[in-house]
Write a protein that binds this ligand. Sequence first.
Ligand SMILES: [Zn+2]
Length: 748
Amino acid sequence: MRRFFSTFYLLVILILTCQYSEVTAKEFISSASVTNASGKLIFSKDGIKIETDGIAPESDSKSEAVWSIKIQNLSDNSSEIIFSERDNKPVISSSENGFVLSYNDLIFNGKRWDIDLNLIFSNHGEAFSVKGEIKNNVQGWVVVGFTGPVISGIKAELASYPLIMPCGLGQKFTKAPSSKDSINKVSFKGGLAWTYDRANSSFYLKSDYPSRFATMQWCAFAGEKGGLYYGSHDKRHGSKHFKISYKSSDNTLGVAFEHDLVCAPGAKWLIPEQIIYPYKGTWHKGADLYREWFKTSVAFQQIPEWLKNSSGWMLTIMKQQNNEVMWNYADLQGLADISLERGLDIIGLFGWTKGGHDKFYPYYEPDPDMGGKEELEKVLKEIKKKGVRSIIYANGQLIDQNGTDYWEKEGKRISVLKRDGKVDYQKWHKYYDAPARFHGMACLGCNEWYDIMLNLALQANELGADGILYDQLAVTAPKFCYSPDHGHAVPAVVYAEDRYLFLRKISEYMKTINKDFVVMTEGLNDVEMESISMFHGYENGAYVPLIEEFSARLNGSAPTFIFPEMFKYTFPEMITTTRNPAPVNNRLILNYATVYGLRSELETRYAADVRYLKENRIPVPEDYSNVISKPNIDLVTSEDPVAMKIYTREVIDFQRENSGLLWRGVYNDDKDFSIKCNPDAVIAKSFISGNRFGVVVWNTGKGKESFEVNVPGYILEYATEPGRGTVCVSEKLSAESIRLLVWKKDNK
Ligand SMILES: [Zn+2]
C-alpha cells in the first residue's frame, strides 16, 4: 500500500515537473519563423517581419500591434473594449509546418478576461498562411471585431510597387500621399481616397468587402518583377474592411483586414485563412492565386446563351417618383426600335409600377393607367420577337415607410435595427414637386423578405420578362443588425452572407422554373457572381473616367487611377454593363467598354431624355427645373446625336461580330504579346478564345498613331475596325479609335 502511494506521488511529481518544464520552455521562446521559397516570416516582440530576396517588398513592423480584438457589452450594446497584441504575450510553440501563438485570458488595462486567441502561422506553397480561432467565455460580452494579422513597415515605394485595390473593377495607387498633396479626393466616380489620421500621424485607405468599394478580398503591392499579395481566403466571404496605412515619417506602408464578426459567450470564431505572398512576377500571379482559391469556395453558374450574346441595356424609367409618365407600356414597341438602332438588345423596366420609381416599395404591380397587365404582357412578347429582351425592376432592400399598409404591417418589423435602436433607412428625394421617400432597409435573412422577392421574380417571369433586377444588392457594405425579431442572433452581421445566400436561393429556384431567366443586381462583388448573371454597374471602373483622367493614367501624371484590369483579369466570366446615366454615349465610353470587354448602357430617365431619343432634341438645364439632383448634361450636350447613334451601333455591331473574343473569350490583359507604340496615347489588351488570340488596340489621343504588335507563336489573320470592316494592319490608327487584330495559333 505504502509502495503504491509513493509510486503514485512520484508519478504526479514527474507529470507536474514535465508540464512545468514544458511551459517554461515555451515561454522561453520569444520569436519564431516560417521559411519558404519566397522568404521568411518572423514573429517577435516587435511584431511581424517579412524578409525576401529583395524582388518582393520586405516588411518590418517596428512595434505595430499584430492583432486587436473588439468586444461589446450585450446589456447596453454600447460599451466596447479593444484588446491589443501590444498588451498580451503569447506562448509560442512550433507546429508541423510553422508555429502557433497562444494567448489565454486576454489582458486589458491589467485585468484578465476569459477570451483565448490562437494564431497558426504556416507555409501554404510559396506563400505564408495565418489562421486561428477566438474563444469567448465572457458572460454578457460578445466579440464583434478582429483585426489582423497586421503587416506594417512595408518598404514599398508606390512608384515602383503600386498598390492595386479591388475598388469596383480596380484602382491603382502609384504615389504616396503627403501633407502637400494628400489626395483626399479623387475626381473619378466611386474611387478610394486617402484620409489623414492626426492621432497616428499617418494616412489610411479603408474599403468594405463585399461592397462596390471592395469587390474582392485581395490587394497587392505590385511591382513589375514581384510584389506582395495580401488576400483573405475566407470561404464565407464575411464582412471585412481593408485598412491600408501610410507613414510618411519612415515612408512605409501597412495592410490589414478588420473583420466584423459575432462570437457570443461560450462560442468560438474561426479566423479565416489570411494569405501573405511575396511573389515573383507580375500582379497577375496574385490574381491567379485568388482565382484558384475562389473556385474552391464559389461555383460559377451557367449563364444563359442569350445573355452571353447580349450587347447591353437601355435602362428605362417609365414613371418617375412624381407620377410623371415617360413611357406607357405600349410605347415600349418604339423604345425597342430606338434601342436596336443603337445596338442595345435589352430594356430594363424601372418605375414600371403604379407607384413609379422609388415609391411604395415593395409593392410592384402593373399600372392600369400605363396600360395594365395584359398590355404589358403583350408588349414584352412583341419586343422579344424583334430581338429585344426585358428585365423587370425590384429594389432588393428598400421598404417605403409611407403610402402603403406594408410598412406598419410587416416592413418596420423586418427592417435592420441599428445599435442605437433606430431603424436603418435610405432617403430618396428626386423631385421638388413630390415628397421625399424614406425607406427602411430590409434585413435580408428574414423569410418574409425572401417570399416577397421570390414572388416578384415569379411575377416577372409570368409577365414574360427575361429576368429581374434586384437593385442595390452589390452596392452597400455589410452592417450589424440588433433586431430581436429577425430569427438571427443579436447582434448579427447582415448584408454579408445573408445577402448572397438570399440571391443564391432565388436564382437557384428560378432556374428550376425557367433556366433562361436571369437575376441581376446593381454594383459588383465576386461572391455574388454565383447567382448574378449580369451586373448593373455602379462602381469605379463601370463609370468610365473622363479622357483627362484616362490620359493622366497613361502619361503617368495621376497619383491614383482606375485599374479595371484587376477584376476583369481575375474573373473574365463576369458580365457587367458600364454606367452612363445619359441617353447617349461618346467614343471614349464605347472604346473603353470594348477594350475591357464590358457591355453597354444607355439610360432614359427624364422627359428630356425621351425627346432626345425620339427627336434628337438636345436638352437645356431648364428641362430639369423640378429635378433635385440635376443630371450632368455635359455629355449629352457635347455630342452630335445622329453621329453618336451611328457610332454606338457600329461599335456594338463590331463587338457582336467579334463576340467569340470580346464577349465570350478570356480577357488576358497585356500578357503573351508585345506592342511598340506611343504609350501616352495607345493602350492594348488581349483576349483568348480557343486557338484565336485577339488584341484590341485603342488610340485615346487626338492624332493618328502607328504601332506594331507581336504575338509569339501566333500568325496574324486580319485586322478590323468598327464601321470599316477589314483594314490594313500597318495603317495608322485614327484618333479616338479602336482596332482588333486577330491571330491564330501557329501549329507548326
Ligand atoms: Zn436583422
